[in-house]
Every structure is written in C-alpha cells, then in structure tokens.
Ligand binder design. Structure first.
Ligand code: NAD
Length: 439
C-alpha cells in the first residue's frame, strides 16, 4: 500500500514510521522545511523513545521517505492521512481547523486514481463532511472516499501504542475505503488489535469522548486527593482500593498537579464547544476543565506554604518541566502555570528537565536552566518535583538534601515515600497523602 502522511509531527512521524515498518511505502510530508531537512539528514525533530531506530531502519529499507512536496506524494498514494495540528483556536477554545482545511484543499488538487483520504487529526464531529465537501468542490472529478481514523497513541509510549493498540477505530460508510483501511492495518491483526468500523461522525466523537473520559478520571482522583489531605486519608490507597474494581480500573488514577499536554486540555475545551453548538451542555466536562485550571495554579500555593508561606526572595528548584516523562512536549504542561505562579509570588526559579529544556525556554524564558538535578537544587529553599522522569526516582536523596539550603521537597507526583523522606530529615509534602514530621 502506498501512503502519504500529511503532517510529520508527533502523530504523523510515528504513524508514518510504523506503517512503513508494517511493510507499506510511506512518504511523510510537512510544510516545515527545517523539519523535513533534519529528517533527511537522519535527525529526529522530537524526543520519542525508539523513534530514531525505527525511522532509520525503514529509511534504509527504502520504505520511508520525507518531502515538502505534497502533490507528488498524494498523486502516488492509495491512502492519504491528514495528521496536521488542531490546536485550540485563540480566544474561544474551538478546535482550529485551518490546517486541516488547507491540507484538504491541497490534497484535492493532487489526487490521481481512487484514493482514500483519512483524517487522523483529532477533529470535531462533522469535519469529515467538510473535508469531503472541500475536496469535491476543489476537484469535482476526483475518485475519492473520506474516512476518519482517530489516533490514540500516547507520547512517550507512542510506538508501542501504535503497534499494540487497544483498538483501531475506522469511520466510513464506503466499502472501498473499508477495504483499504483493513489492508493497511492487517499486520496488526497478528497482535489481536480489534479493528472497529463505524460511521464517520461516530468515529470523530469516539476520540473526544475517550480523551474527555480520561481527563475526568484524572480530575476525579485529584479532587479525592484534596479531600484525602483534609481528612487524613491516603489517596494512593483510595486509588488502589477503587481501581481493583474492574468496573473502574486502576489506570489514570494517579493524583498529581492536573492534566496538561497537547491533547487533553484542547480536546476537552473543543468538546464543550462542539456540544454547545449542538445545544447540549456537557456539565461534567465543563467542571473538569474548571477544576483542572484552578489546580495548576494552586500547586504554586502548595509550594509556598511548604516553604513557610512566603516565597519572596526565595529560590525554588523545579525538577521536570514536560507535561509527562519521556517526551520533550511542553504544550500546556502543568509546569507552566506552576512556575508562573512561583514567579508571581516573588520566587527565583531554577529548573531541570532531561529532554524538555529547549522547548521550555520558549514558554518560560525568565528562569534559570540547569544541566543536572543536583545543580538545580544547589542553594534552593525548596524543591518541587513536577514530572516523574524515571531519573528522578533514583536520585541520591541524601546528596540532594546536602545541596538544598532548606530541605523542603514538594512531590507533585508522589514518587517518594513519606516515611523515607521524613527519615532523611526532609520537610516533605506530596499529593493527597499524610505528611510525617522530619526526624
Ligand atoms: N500528540 C499526541 O500525542 C496526539 C495523540 C493523538 C492524536 N493527536 C492529534 O493528532 C494531530 C496532530 O498532532 P501532533 O501532536 O502530531 O501535532 P504537531 O504540531 O506535532 O504536528 C503537526 C505537523 O503538521 C504540519 N502541517 C500543518 N499543516 C500542514 C500542511 N498543510 N501540509 C503539511 N504539513 C502540515 C506542521 O508543520 C507540523 O509539523 C492533532 O489533531 C492532535 O490532536 C495527537
């Protein structure tokens, strides 16, 4: 199968490389000349574990190529995936579909022979209809079918998620498109991945409903964490106690500083807007958004109170900036609101992240960046752990304590044990768990 992947970002590059690895012939297209030039030199523009080796081996095998020329790649392809960004539209929170629409128009002019155009980007219900309208308007004689195939991969585990998905959702009522997508994903049937066919609008809604449900689960346990702190319970035990119930499940029940990232915030906002446009109010999702926004900023107050209630003139060390470990993605990371809050309270902030510092500099230009966690801690009045990179789990805590001017640690991911931290003499605060006085 010959595939053109339009948009070579986190989703397009991983999907393109995995499809090539299945044996398909893939051209990944992007408007960003620097990105394509880097990929052609063998450099991977994002941090995603395993992606460099996967890209290199498929380029070597002649199955994966990169181009800025959409027309050539589309003309040769039997399937064209749209994997461009759909960020929040500035001002109103709707999904910004300008990149999807522009890609659809450009694809339309280049189509040759029967082609399936598939939206992989996360798009509001009805976008497939609009893509179809734009394509037929631009090129009335094109032999084309339009499908939806939302992507569920997680950054940091993207290749595994793509190759061993819980399910693949394909939305189309066109038999030829079903056959093409069935052929593209056939190699995954060996991994027993259920291929679910449905109509296009349902497929589009499934993606938003999935993200909104997961965001709700996180927010639910975050509120239970707040309550646990007040009543002297341990939210991790609460999560375990409810998660062992199969109807609930244990995943996504980790209390923390609030969800961020490239998908949950923008997709929950967009879903609320999609519903309002259709005269439906999604009160639960509205509450999730409001609770989560307040929470990120509240984390700065938590740090301030652990450090004695006043941060003016104090230095806070921040470990972890990306919205989760194993990615360099800073989009809507909780660290942004937290650090901004700390700066607003008069603190000096120093930070370290294993992969995200380059991207972070654009979001947070007014802080100092350190090359290692101990340097970051040196002389600081408090340390706050924001992203649970595995490196931070294995820190030499006694050394960390020696580096700090005051042994205050606020652990927003509950990666250390209160008992151990107290024994080491830390003033230790975590999320939704009782603190122990330092020994
Ligand atoms: N990042 C994730 O974890 C994830 C997971 C599931 C779904 N999604 C969805 O997938 C979509 C893409 O997300 P992403 O994180 O990969 O975005 P991204 O910003 O990393 O990549 C998008 C790429 O598309 C390119 N582009 C834009 N318009 C183009 C055009 N007309 N022609 C060619 N290239 C064009 C951009 O230059 C950019 O490189 C979004 O809708 C997102 O919601 C993302």
């Amino acid at each position: 199968m010959r595939i053109a992947m339009i948009g070579t970002g986190y989703v397009g590059l991983v999907s393109g490389a995995c499809f090539a690895d299945f044996g398909h012939q893939v051209t990944c297209v992007d408007k960003d000349r620097n990105k394509i030039a880097a990929l052609r030199r063998g450099e991977i523009p994002i941090f995603e574990p395993g992606l460099d080796a996967l890209v290199a081996s498929n380029v070597r095998a002649g199955r994966l190529a990169f181009s800025t020329e959409l027309a050539g790649a589309v003309a040769e392809a039997e399937a064209v995936f749209i994997a461009v960004g759909t960020p929040s539209r500035r001002g109103d929170g709707h999904a910004d579909l300008s990149y999807v629409h522009a890609a659809a128009r450009e694809i339309a002019t280049a189509l040759a022979g029967f082609t399936v155009v598939i939206t992989k980007s996360t798009v509001p219900v009805g976008t497939g209809d609009e893509v179809e309208r734009l394509i037929r308007l631009t090129n009335p004689s094109a032999d084309v079918a339009i499908a939806s195939n939302p992507e569920f991969l997680r950054e940091g585990a993207a290749i595994r998620d793509f190759k061993f998905p819980d399910r693949i959702v394909v939305g189309t009522s066109d038999d030829r498109a079903r056959k093409v997508l069935g052929d593209i994903y056939r190699p995954l049937s060996l991994n027993q991945a259920p291929l679910m066919f449905t109509d296009r609008r349902t497929a589009e809604l499934i993606k938003y409903a999935a993200n909104a449900f997961l965001a709700t689960k996180i927010t639910f346990i975050n509120e239970m964490a707040d309550l646990s702190e007040r009543v002297g319970a341990d939210v991790q035990e609460v999560a375990r106690g409810i998660g062992l119930d199969n109807r609930i499940g244990s995943k996504f029940l980790h209390a923390g500083p609030g969800f961020g990232g490239s998908c949950f915030p923008k997709d929950t906002r967009a879903l609320v807007k999609i519903a309002l446009d259709n005269d439906v109010q999604l009160r639960i999702i509205e509450a999730v958004l409001a609770v989560n926004d307040n929470r990120k900023r509240a984390m700065a107050r938590k740090v301030s109170s652990a450090a004695g209630g006043n941060l003016r003139g104090k230095t806070v060390a921040v470990l972890g900036l990306t919205f989760k470990p194993d990615t360099d993605d800073m989009r809507e990371a909780p660290s942004i609101a937290l650090v901004t809050g700390l700066l607003d309270m008069g603190a000096t902030v120093r930070a370290h992240d294993p992969a995200g510092m380059e991207q972070a500099r654009r979001e947070l230009p007014d802080i100092e960046y350190c090359d290692d966690p101990y340097l970051c801690a040196r002389g600081a009045d408090a340390l706050v752990l924001v992203t649970e990179w595995v490196q931070f789990r294995a820190l030499d805590l006694a050394r960390l304590k020696r580096e700090l001017a005051h042994p205050v640690v606020v652990d927003l991911r509950n990666i250390y044990r209160p008992k151990d931290m107290a024994a080491l003499g830390f003033i230790y605060e975590s999320i939704g768990r009782p603190s122990e006085p330092p020994k």
